[in-house]
Design a protein around this ligand. Structure first.
Ligand code: KIV
Length: 267
């Protein structure tokens, strides 16, 4: 049963929650088989997979396309889908778009910002909601640490409490000091999931492309578990070399006609 209640229980029992972004069916399958608790189809798909310059270019159609792919790859997984830029301009629009993402395969939807009315409108449709505070990539062009001053930290906690009171089911905290993430985690009932938010949130999320090393970037908050960037470049170079030199395809890669058909064909 795919129910957000499971993550509240994990929080209460002090069990850490592992979330990872997923954008396609093969990665989704691998993550589900690997024991990742939640697959996040984030709007980070835009800059990491689709070649966009900003998260703001991601559309509802992009999100529907990738959520559906992740659902096909991992039919039993718990999937969170991002509501893209401007899709929550009003609570009514947010609720409508949340229904669209749920129909595509999301179990929960996520949006950025301190908007308790949006939480209430989506929950009224019976859809679970993940909020996102700290660095909000859709709203903050400059990607830098948030909540550094005591005043900013207090405002963040107030915002988290208001979202919690509105009924949020989960809270992503991005790029904030770990003291602040710990205080927010203690202040709210909903499980918190950190990215660049230190050790004391209820769970962690990373961007799968960063964990797999697709690019040369290696952010302070990231841990790289593989070097697919090098593997992809080396495989592409070896393939191009084989084609250019005639080493591929070999006879073993080719298909043959049956002998009698070849004779009838006259070759
Ligand atoms: O879009 C995304 O991948 C996210 C994570 C960075 C939390 O929002």
């Amino acid at each position: 049963m795919r129910d957000a209640a499971r993550f509240f229980q994990m929080k209460r029992q002090g069990e850490k929650i592992a979330m990872l972004t997923a954008y396609d069916a093969p990665n989704a399958r691998a993550q589900a088989e690997g024991g990742v608790d939640i697959l996040l189809v984030g709007d980070s798909v835009g800059t990491n997979i689709l070649g966009y310059a900003s998260e703001r270019e991601v559309t509802m159609a992009d999100m529907v396309h990738h959520i559906a792919a992740v659902r096909r790859g991992a039919p039993e997984a718990y999937i969170v889908g991002d509501l893209p830029y401007a899709s929550c301009a009003t609570p009514q629009l947010a609720a409508q778009n949340a229904k669209t993402l749920r129909a595509a395969g999301a179990d929960m939807v996520k949006f950025e910002g301190a908007l308790p009315d949006v939480v209430r409108a989506i929950k009224a449709e019976g859809i679970a909601v993940c909020c996102h505070l700290g660095l909000e990539p859709q709203n903050h062009e400059e990607k830098r640490l948030k909540g550094k001053t005591a005043a900013d930290a207090k405002a963040l906690i107030d915002n988290a409490r208001a979202l919690d009171a509105a009924g949020m089911d989960m809270l992503v905290l991005e790029l904030i000091p770990e003291e602040v993430a710990r205080a927010v985690t203690q202040a709210v009932k909903a499980p918190t999931i950190g990215i660049g938010a230190g050790r004391f949130t209820d769970g962690q999320v990373l961007v799968v492309c960063d964990t797999l090393g697709y690019t040369q970037n290696n952010f302070k908050h990231n841990k790289r578990y593989a070097d697919h960037g090098t593997t992809m470049r080396e495989a592409a170079a070896a393939y191009a070399h084989d084609v250019h030199s005639g080493a591929f395809p070999a006879e073993s890669n080719a298909f043959k006609m049956p002998k009698e058909e070849r004779e009838a064909f006259g070759v």
